[in-house]
Design a protein around this ligand. Structure first.
Ligand code: AMP
Ligand code: MG
Length: 343
């Protein structure tokens, strides 16, 4: 699958939902017609296809090189669209939708048989989310159909948080990109399974565990999130993600990072450091990215990983951060990027 050009529509990130622009209308027509169009959400850029068309959805797997057993999240802009997608909306589901939709929470619910089987990878459940980004909502309204959209990167690469990231990975592999500027949160949505007797967190993300528990009480967490020996309940979590080219190691102590940086540079390696606690420690590495708090680290995480790749560093050291709030999602992504290496 290859296109002569990938069309870019530059749109205002604060677009009024009622005032659909001609760019958005064209992008929506392309999606409805079975083409792939990337668009910004508040988490990361998504790669959209008409979720009711098996053929359109198949193009997502091809363009990304995504394993076919990894199901997709269906994006909607109105609650009425749940009808036809899911068969039962429990009380917990209603409460969570009230509290967090539109927003960065994906709910796994029992699927209706109208959902294309390649969207759910043949599972009896479907993942659904209503994003809050004004461009995403306006585009979804204009599409009128539910839109399946995984992150708009090549499988295995860090998720895209700018249109340039999408272009780098998918130029000429997809029909178009709606450029609404950099995304806000910077890590993917939280994935919560509500199809079981009790809610289970599969992937920490933009909506925090604490926020969810404030609405539905204590939830359990897929053991695979912390124990690398157990297999994840969510198919996508078993794949190596976000891996930068340089070898990434998570390091708890600032002093240890300083020593490692010094030793590696002496032996001629190019070194990158991802500092998550602001500029409290100064590192003499080739590339240093400072994040001032967990939210800021989340916002620029994938851009930082791509910057290390661009600078062709051989090794990367990342400071750890507390696993609370958005820190849980950041540490989850960093642990995966580090392949479990932690000192
Ligand atoms: P992505 O859209 O690339 O951020 O990935 C979506 C995530 O949601 C992946 O980890 C999927 O495996 C997960 N997911 C989607 N649908 C389901 C489902 N029906 N059951 C469990 N996990 C799902
Ligand atoms: Mg992804």
């Amino acid at each position: 699958m290859s296109y002569k050009h990938t069309k870019i529509w530059t749109v205002d990130k604060n677009i009024e939902r009622e005032e659909c622009s001609t760019s958005i209308e064209e992008a929506a027509l392309w999606i409805k017609g079975g083409e792939l169009v990337a668009f910004p959400t508040e988490t990361v850029y998504g790669l959209g296809a008409n979720a009711l068309s098996q053929e359109a959805v198949a193009k997502i797997f091809l363009a990304k090189g995504r394993p076919s057993d990894n199901p997709l999240i269906v994006h909607i802009s109105r609650l009425e669209q749940l009808e036809g997608l899911v068969i039962d909306v429990s009380e917990d589901a209603r409460k969570l939708m009230d509290a967090f939709w539109p927003g960065a929470l994906t709910l796994i619910l029992s699927a209706s048989d109208q959902v294309a089987t390649n969207v759910t990878a043949g599972l009896s459940t479907v993942a659904v989310r209503m994003p809050s980004h004004p461009v995403a909502l306006t585009l979804l309204d204009a599409c009128g159909v539910p839109v399946a959209a995984p992150s708009a990167n090549l499988s295995g690469k860090p998720s895209p948080t700018t249109a340039t990231h999408v272009q780098r990975d998918l130029d000429k592999r997809i029909a178009g990109i709606v450029d609404g500027g950099p995304t806000g949160i910077g890590v993917e949505s939280t994935v919560l399974d509500l199809s079981l007797p009790e809610p289970v967190l599969y992937r920490p993300g933009g909506v925090t565990r604490e926020e969810i528990e404030a609405i539905v009480g204590p939830i359990s967490v897929d053991p695979a999130l912390t124990d690398t020996d157990s297999s994840p309940r969510s198919p996508g979590m078993k794949y190596t993600h976000y891996a930068p080219k340089g070898t990434l190691t998570l390091v708890r102590e600032t002093k240890k990072i300083r020593e490692l940086v010094e030793a590696d540079r002496r032996s001629g390696l190019r070194v990158g450091v991802l500092a998550t606690r602001g500029e409290r420690a100064v590192y003499e590495a080739d590339v240093v990215v400072y994040g001032k708090d967990s939210r800021h680290v989340a916002h620029s995480l994938y851009d930082s990983l791509r910057r290390f790749d661009d600078a062709e560093v051989d090794v990367i050291y990342a400071e750890t951060l507390p696993e609370e709030g958005i820190g849980m999602a950041v540490m989850n992504r960093l642990r995966k990027a580090a392949g479990g290496r932690i000192l």
